[in-house]
Write a protein that binds this ligand. Structure first.
Ligand SMILES: Cc1ncc(COP(=O)(O)O)c(C=O)c1O
Length: 455
């Protein structure tokens, strides 16, 4: 019998996906000429972008008429699911009154108050148009506050596409006690690369590296759960140790809660882990599905936007920062969440059900892999050890990770690739989780039959 090569397997799978999604495939073919990859975020969808027509609750329906259980939820913002009436109602009300104004709107301070009342260490807030703008702003405030030039980040940490932090996210170099900063994009200058100190994640060697260069490091930015890096949670003792080292050396601790803020708990990851950061970057959930970001933190830092340093105010803001529709949508979403905090217990329990179910499935099917995550977030890695950082994923079966979401499409489950960043909403039920796990079972059985898990 002729052996099927890796290339033939890939081609056969691509053909099968195109056959099942003919309209998406045709659009992708056409749109490739207009937009690199056919869609701006093509890097998450393999082998073709899927064009969604509409979403409701936990389901999305594509232009081929296929309906999926959405385990991606637009990479996290839609914690109440698609088209939640409270959120769409608030958007509709604002829509009728105008979408964007130069002057202020009333929703902004309401949302700021919800943030200040819930996010540890936050007594002031400045809004941004996106999570990336929030992390960029947090770095600038930290440099202004400390007068230091460099910023530190962890390998595997994703903080948006901005130059400083789109480094050592997907890549790493050098030994853990001397990590190199590696740009993850073309176009990042050497000067920007050299202003960023890369640190090994969940590895106390990082503390020594911070101590050695403390007089030049303005801040360390860290996610409570690395999202793009593989849904890998920070170790609690590591985070507490990091917080101590930072405060001892006057290095500001920035918690990037763009994914975890108002998702893991009303007080995000900071509340869950019991840390009080100097600055917090927020996004996703606080925008109710519309574009939003925020830098929150101690007034003495935020107030640098007004007071300035050496006569220079710290400039933050953008055309869409604090726009009325995003503020209204975010306010409505947080009102639902904060009005019923038991929802957190519910989605976190469902998250555990998903992680436990998928782990049991890998075991049952004898597939080498690990399920990571926390709260309502999860990821799957075909690695021989449970990853504590991207360094542990060097030998993982990356092809299996890339193709699993394509096999899941046949089972009506939507998940991104190559990063399996799974999210749940308050609308998911136990039945939805079990249906999604069954979809994974059929997908993984087929992948085994098709030879994606060589001995
Ligand atoms: C942890 C984290 N920080 C920052 C960002 C950037 O947010 P945005 O995509 O809104 O710019 C993201 C985006 O996924 C993220 O996951």
């Amino acid at each position: 019998m002729a052996t099927v090569t890796g290339n033939e397997r890939v081609e056969a799978l691509k053909q099968e996906v195109r056959g099942v999604l003919p309209r998406s495939a045709a659009r992708a073919e056409r749109d490739r000429l207009l937009i690199p990859g056919g869609t701006t975020r093509s890097r998450f969808w393999w082998p073709i972008p899927i064009y969604i027509d509409h979403g409701e609750g936990v389901h999305v329906t594509d232009i081929d008429g296929r309906t999926y259980i959405d385990c991606n939820l637009a990479f996290g913002p839609l914690i109440l699911g698609h088209s939640h009436p409270a959120v769409t109602g608030a958007i509709r009300d604002q829509l009728d009154r105008g979408v964007l104004f130069g002057p202020a709107n009333e929703w902004e301070a309401d949302l700021a108050k919800m943030i200040v009342d819930n996010v540890p260490g936050a007594d002031m807030v400045s809004f941004a148009g996106s999570g990336m703008e929030a992390t960029l702003g947090a770095l600038r405030l930290a440099r202004a506050a400390t007068g230091r030039q460099k910023v530190a980040k962890f390998e595997g940490g994703f903080h948006g596409m901005q130059d400083f932090l789109h480094q050592s996210f997907n890549s790493f170099g050098g030994p853990t006690d001397q990590p190199e900063t590696i740009p993850d994009s073309g176009g990042i200058t050497d000067a920007v690369r050299d202003s960023v100190v890369a640190l090994p994640f969940n590895d106390p060697v990082a503390f020594k590296l911070i101590e050695e260069r403390a007089d030049e490091i303005a801040c360390v930015i860290v996610e409570p759960v690395q999202g793009g890096g593989g849904a890998i949670p920070v170790d609690e003792q590591f985070l507490l140790g990091l917080s101590d080292v930072c405060s001892e050396h006057g290095v500001l601790l920035i918690l990037d809660e763009v994914i975890t803020g108002f998702r893991l708990s009303p007080s995000g990851g900071a509340g869950m882990y019991g840390v009080e950061p100097d600055l917090v970057a927020l996004g996703k959930v606080i925008g109710g599905g519309l574009g939003a970001g925020a830098v929150a933190g101690r007034g003495k830092y935020l107030d640098l936007m007004r007071r300035g340093v050496d006569g220079k105010a710290v400039g933050l803001g953008s055309t869409h920062a604090a726009n009325p529709i995003s503020m209204a949508a975010g306010r409505a979403q947080l009102q639902v969440l904060l009005g019923a905090p038991e929802l957190y217990e519910q989605i976190n329990r469902l998250g555990a059900r998903m992680r436990d179910g998928l782990s049991a499935l890998l075991h049952e099917l004898d597939i080498v892999g690990h399920v990571t995550g926390a709260g309502s977030i999860w990821g799957i890695h075909f690695s021989d050890r449970a990853p504590a950082s991207i360094r542990d994923l060097t030998d993982a079966n990356r092809w299996a990770a890339r193709v699993l979401p394509a096999y899941l499409l046949f089972e009506d489950v939507l998940m991104s690739a190559p990063y399996h960043l799974g999210f749940l909403s308050t609308e998911h039920t136990e039945e939805d989780i079990d249906t999604a796990i069954d979809g994974h079972r059929r997908a993984l059985v087929r992948m085994t039959e098709d030879g994606w898990f060589p001995e």
